[in-house]
Design a protein. Sequence first.
Lengths: 191, 405
Amino acid sequence: MATMRSVAIALWAVAHGFSPAIGVAQSPTYGVGRAPTPLELKAIDIEVTPDGKGLVPGRGTAAAGKDVYARRCETCHGPTGKEGPQDALAGGQGSLSSSTPQKTVGSYWPYATTLWDYINRAMPFDHPSTLTADEVYATTAYVLFLNGLVGERDVIDEKTLPQVKMPNRNGFTSDPRPDVKTAMKKRQPEP
Amino acid sequence: MTTSRSRRWFLGLGTAWSAALVACRSKSAPPAAEPRALGVAVSPYGSRSRFERAARYVNTNTKVPLEEAVSRTPLHDTYGIITPSSLHFERHHSGVPDIDPATHTLTIHGLVDRPLVFTVDELKRLPSVSRIYFLECSGNGLTEWRGGEPDAQRIHGLTSCSEWTGVPVALLLRECAVRADATWMLAEGADACKMTRSIPMTKALDDALVAYGQNGEPLRPEQGYPMRLLLPGWEGNANVKWLRRIKVMDQPAMSREETSKYTDLMPDGTARQFTFIMEPKSLITRPSGGDRLAGAGMYEVTGLAWSGRGTIARVEITIDGGATWTPAELQAPVLPRAHTRFRWSWNWDGRDALIASRCTDDTGYTQPLLADLIKVRGVNSMYHNNGIQMWKVAADGTITNGNHA
């Protein structure tokens, strides 16, 4: 009768304008689609969150990353990560409130895990998803090293990466809009 | 590449009118011959007249690879409220993938009791809705903080409006038995960079769609074929294209796009994050920058207004740089979170003028002057510039960007 009761609860929830999705275990309404296999999920479940969840086993140092960077990254980001022509990766710390802010990994990015996630999913730009896990760790370490955030021989892995203190970690606020008011002249009453 | 819009629309109209007058006066001119040749036969997929040239504007003079560039809708050369799919603006982060719908799937997993994979055909079996919504890149108008570009397309062409068809995300999440502790969902594309944004569950359960249709046919590849996320009224980037995965979570993933890119830097060095809503905005699209009025007299002033918070309630026009405002006529349908067309008849006296529109939506918010936005946000926030667009009309009829006039 448990099913009957949950259906009754779901019907009650719908009738009273509540989404039956929340907090009520229910059977599928349409029965379309199938369960993903563990292998399928593993292939695409790739995001890494600030707590480090999603990081895969592996390790790297800036010293090892220097070589990967020279081969796979330097053409777009410059020899020291500052020269471009694409996004500057290093420098700019303390510039955010100036008239020419430089938003780099070191000056702007709040989480080191985001750097790993982005290199892993999207870099190099024209050959994404071709770096090994160790290469991603090493490149991440090198970019952090270019910003003075880790030492050249510090081992970056699943445990140490989420611990890296990013200078702009607390630089973000929530959306306060509407934040700009327009002073309206009092409208004339309709004739 | 230059824009192919008809910059001399008003002059052109004047020329045609003069030609017509001349034709009336000239009794000796032979009448146009009756058509005597057969036209072209029916065809399986239509195309526009070979005489039409309106095109998206692509700035090729840039260091940005064109796979992660933008192309802009010719707002000046579109009518009504629907943007033709072929002219819908583009913003990609690693090019347009070539996806076979027979192999593409959408996986929903994470904080759900029943993770599911849907094929495109399976998604189309579910109850669908069709809704008209604008879609605007939050970077639209970013040149104007320090200003600016010369015309409506180059300044504001990162907004478009379509009829979208798809399945409510709420329905899909219910089908997957989403758990009570779910607060965010990660949406991920199947493009080369696997573009990723975190979306609050409140929006997902409100009006979000997984869209597969655009203006009566499948999405264009540039718009996410075979399926995309559609978040009515929210910044374009969050409407993840080529959607392959939704992961229900209890925190945002803090992806690259939602930390280092689509955040709004304030003068004090802090940045606003998760600024999803596109605030009310409008602009006059005709006459606008690049046009030249043919002389004093009557002109229809028309443009577009939209609000990510709701429905446009009022559009007003100024011809004196904002000192006085007069109501414009709204053309039905006036729909929530959709482009709204407005019109106003202007009897130009032939003197210098600073013309603009401003809109107010049903929340009571009125589109601010750009200067008032800058007072609060400075000039380095890049995104979400919904300030009033001024056009400067000179006595010789030429129209230029008047934002910093």
